[in-house]
Design a protein around this ligand. Structure first.
Ligand SMILES: [Cu+2]
Length: 170
């Protein structure tokens, strides 16, 4: 009987610590919510070429705030009949681009589609030249490590390309 009070005293600080640990994740963000977080798309813009040009390029940054890796698998837009992911590379002193099927973004990682690197190639513009738009909607389809699909709807700001930019985007 005389041992019990001592044990209780020793146990109390330990219990307080456990309570503090339990509380921290609950008040910030539960692990399940982080795992299912949508990738965050920012700095999204479309470089529209002069009317009549066959293709446009688009760029953006993406942050995977989730706790599992995701792969960007496909991009589509109602404003273009086809959207491809491309990557520009230097080969034998020449700048060449090739189509890429997917882009992996590790947990907590980010990647940029930018001039001279990865970019979106937009073909078959469904735009009315007489009715210019400020933004173009795009749908980015990601697949997480567990196979679940995450679709991010983003609005890309329209920038009109100067001749120099239109030719140097690759
Ligand atoms: Cu391209």
């Amino acid at each position: 009987m005389s041992v019990k009070p001592v044990l209780l005293l020793l146990a109390l600080p330990f219990l307080a610590l456990v309570a503090a640990c339990d509380k921290t994740p609950a008040t910030t963000s539960p692990a399940s919510a982080v795992a299912g977080a949508l990738p965050q798309v920012s700095n999204a813009r479309v470089l529209l070429p002069p009317p009549g040009a066959p293709m446009a390029a688009a760029y953006f940054d993406v942050l995977n705030a989730g706790s599992t890796a995701v792969e960007l698998r496909a991009v589509s837009s109602p404003s273009f009949s086809s959207v491809e992911m491309h990557e520009t590379r230097e080969e034998d002193g020449m700048s060449r681009m090739r189509q890429i099927e997917n882009v992996e973004i590790p947990a907590g990682g980010r990647t940029s589609f930018e001039p001279g690197g990865k970019h979106l190639m937009l073909m078959g513009a469904q735009l009315d030249a007489g009715n210019p738009v400020q933004e173009i909607p795009m749908s980015l389809e990601f697949v997480a490590a567990d196979g679940s699909k995450r679709v991010v709807e983003a609005r890309f700001a329209v920038q009109t390309a100067t001749d120099g930019e239109a030719q140097s985007h690759h």
